[in-house]
Design a protein. Structure first.
Length: 64
């Protein structure tokens, strides 16, 4: 079974949001250089790029 990358990104974004507000995570008082917010931003950028490529591909197919 092949899972779409956009679907994996969506699930991962959800999981990160759950980790970020989980009581056990909050108790850690963990403050690394790279945060969960940084990971969420990276995933959003990847998602935007994939969606842009899909739109360009669809537009290219329509013109041909």
């Amino acid at each position: 079974m092949k899972v779409k990358l956009l679907d994996l990104i969506g699930v991962t974004q959800y999981l990160l949001s759950q980790i970020e507000k989980h009581p056990d995570f909050l108790k850690l008082e963990y403050y690394p250089d790279l945060t969960i917010g940084d990971a969420q931003t990276a995933l959003s950028c990847i998602k935007d790029e994939l969606e842009n490529q899909q739109q360009l591909s669809a537009a290219s197919k329509e013109t041909n």
